[in-house]
Design a protein around this ligand. Structure first.
Ligand code: NAD
Ligand code: GDU
Length: 332
C-alpha cells in the first residue's frame, strides 16, 4: 500500500517506517522536524511539513495515491502537557482534526493512530483492559482521548476506518543499531538512565518515592519499539482485509518500577547509575500495566522483545553507538 506516516522522523514512527518498508509498502513521511530527525526516516520519502497544512496533505494524498495514514505526529510529554495544555490541544487535537478532515476530503479510508495508556488515568485495576474507564490525569492523555472520540464519530458519519493503539511505555531500539530514541529535551526514563551510565548526565532524578507501590516508585509497562511497529503493520493489514475500527492496548503486561529499571540498566551496562530522589512529577499515575490480550487474540500480535533486560540492551547499543544522538540539531 501507499502509506503516509505523520511523525515518521520521530522515535516510534521511524521504527514503524522501517517495518513498513520491510513489508514492501511505499512510505511517505510527513514531519515538521520539530522533534524528529531526517536520518531517522531514511528509506522513505521525507516531506518536511505540518499536519495542519491541509493543502499539502491534499497534494500528498493525490500525488502518491495514499491509501492509509499512520498518525504519530504529536506532542507527547506528560509533564510539559500539564504546564502548557494549550500547545497540546493545538498540536494533538486541532491539527489532528485537520488531518482527519483532509483524509475524509480525499477519501483515504484507513488510519492507524498513536494513542496512549495516559487515556486511562489512575487505574481502578491492573492490568488495564480496553474497557477500563478513561479518565486522564493529564492534558496529554485528554488530547489523545479527544482525537479517539473524533475518529469514532468520523467513522460513523464518513466511513473512516481506524485502529487506535494505546501504547504503554515505548522503549528500546532497532537491534540494527542505526535508529533509536533521541528526544530533545529527553524526558523518558530509559534513555535518561542510559545517559547517566554513559557519563553524559551526572545522575537520574527519581520522581517520587512515596507512591503506593512495592518500592515507592512508579510502575510502568515497557514495550519494545519494534513490537509496537509490528502491531501497526498488523493493524493496517487487518483493516485492509475488512476489519472494523478498533482500539487496542499495547504493552507486555509486566510492570517495572523506576528503581527496577535503573537496576536492569546497571546490569546491562555494567556501570553504576547515580540516583537522586525528587518530588513526584505532576500528572504521573502510580501504576500503568497493560492488558494486551485483545490484540493478541484479534490481530495475532506477539512481542518479540518482551523482557526488560532485552529492551534496555537494545537501547544501550543505540546509545553506545550514538552518544550524542543523531547529531543533526543544527539543521533545524
Ligand atoms: N514514546 C512513548 O512512550 C509513547 C507512548 C504512548 C504514545 N506515544 C505516542 O506515539 C507517537 C510517537 O511518539 P514518539 O515518542 O515517537 O515521539 P517523537 O517526538 O519522537 O515523534 C513525533 C514526531 O512528530 C513530529 N511532529 C510533531 N508535531 C507535528 C506536526 N504538527 N506536524 C508534523 N510533524 C509533527 C515530530 O517532529 C517528531 O518527529 C506520539 O503520538 C506519542 O504521543 C508515545
Ligand atoms: O527523569 C525521570 C524520568 C522519568 N521518571 C519516571 O519514570 C517513569 C516513566 O516515565 P517516562 O517519562 O519515561 O514515561 P511516562 O510513563 O511518563 O510516559 C510515557 O508513557 C505514557 C503512557 O504510559 C505516555 O504515552 C507518554 O507519551 C510516554 O512518554 C515515570 O514514573 C516517571 O515519573 C523518573 O523518575 N525520572
Amino acid at each position: 500500500m501507499n502509506i503516509l506516516v505523520t511523525g515518521g522522523a520521530g522515535y516510534i514512527g521511524s521504527h514503524t517506517v522501517r517495518a513498513l518498508i520491510a513489508g514492501e509498502h511505499r512510505v511517505i513521511v510527513l514531519d515538521n522536524l520539530s522533534r524528529g530527525h531526517t536520518a531517522a526516516a531514511r528509506g522513505a520519502l521525507l516531506v518536511r511539513g505540518d499536519t495542519s497544512d491541509t493543502g499539502l496533505l491534499a497534494e500528498l494524498f493525490k500525488k502518491h495515491k495514499i491509501e492509509a495514514v499512520m498518525h504519530f505526529a504529536a506532542s507527547s510529554q506528560v509533564g510539559e502537557s500539564v504546564r502548557e495544555p494549550s500547545g497540546y490541544y493545538h498540536n494533538n487535537v486541532v491539527k489532528g482534526l485537520a488531518l482527519l478532515d483532509a483524509m475524509v476530503q480525499a477519501g483515504v479510508p484507513y488510519l492507524v493512530f498513536s494513542s496512549t495508556a495516559a487515556v486511562y488515568g489512575e487505574p481502578e485495576e491492573v492490568p488495564i483492559s480496553e474497557e477500563h474507564p478513561t479518565l486522564p490525569t493529564n492534558p496529554y492523555g485528554a488530547t489523545k482521548l479527544a482525537l479517539e472520540s473524533a475518529m469514532r464519530w468520523y467513522g460513523d458519519a464518513y466511513g473512516l476506518r481506524f485502529t487506535s493503539l494505546r501504547y504503554f511505555n515505548a522503549a528500546g531500539a532497532d537491534p540494527a543499531g542505526d535508529i533509536g530514541e533521541d528526544h530533545t529535551p529527553e524526558t523518558h526514563l530509559i534513555p535518561l538512565v542510559l545517559q547517566v551510565a554513559l557519563g553524559n548526565r551526572p545522575h537520574l532524578e527519581v520522581f517520587g518515592s512515596d507512591y503506593p507501590t512495592p518500592d515507592g516508585t512508579c510502575v510502568r509497562d515497557y514495550i519494545h519499539v519494534n513490537d509496537l511497529a509490528a502491531a501497526h503493520v498488523l493493524a493496517l493489514d487487518k483493516m485492509a482485509s475488512g476489519a472494523r475500527s478498533n482500539i487496542y492496548n499495547l504493552g507486555n503486561g509486566s510492570g517495572y518500577s523506576v528503581l527496577e529499571v535503573i537496576k536492569a540498566a546497571e546490569e546491562v551496562t555494567a556501570k553504576p547509575v547515580k540516583v537522586k530522589y525528587g518530588a513526584r512529577r505532576p500528572g504521573d499515575p502510580a501504576v500503568l500495566v497493560a492488558g494486551s490480550q485483545k490484540i493478541r487474540d484479534e490481530l495475532g500480535w506477539e512481542p518479540c522483545f518482551a523482557g526488560l533486560h532485552t529492551i534496555v540492551d537494545t537501547a544501550w547499543r543505540w546509545h553506545l553507538g550514538h552518544p550524542a544522538g543523531y547529531e543533526e540539531r543544527n539543521e533545524r
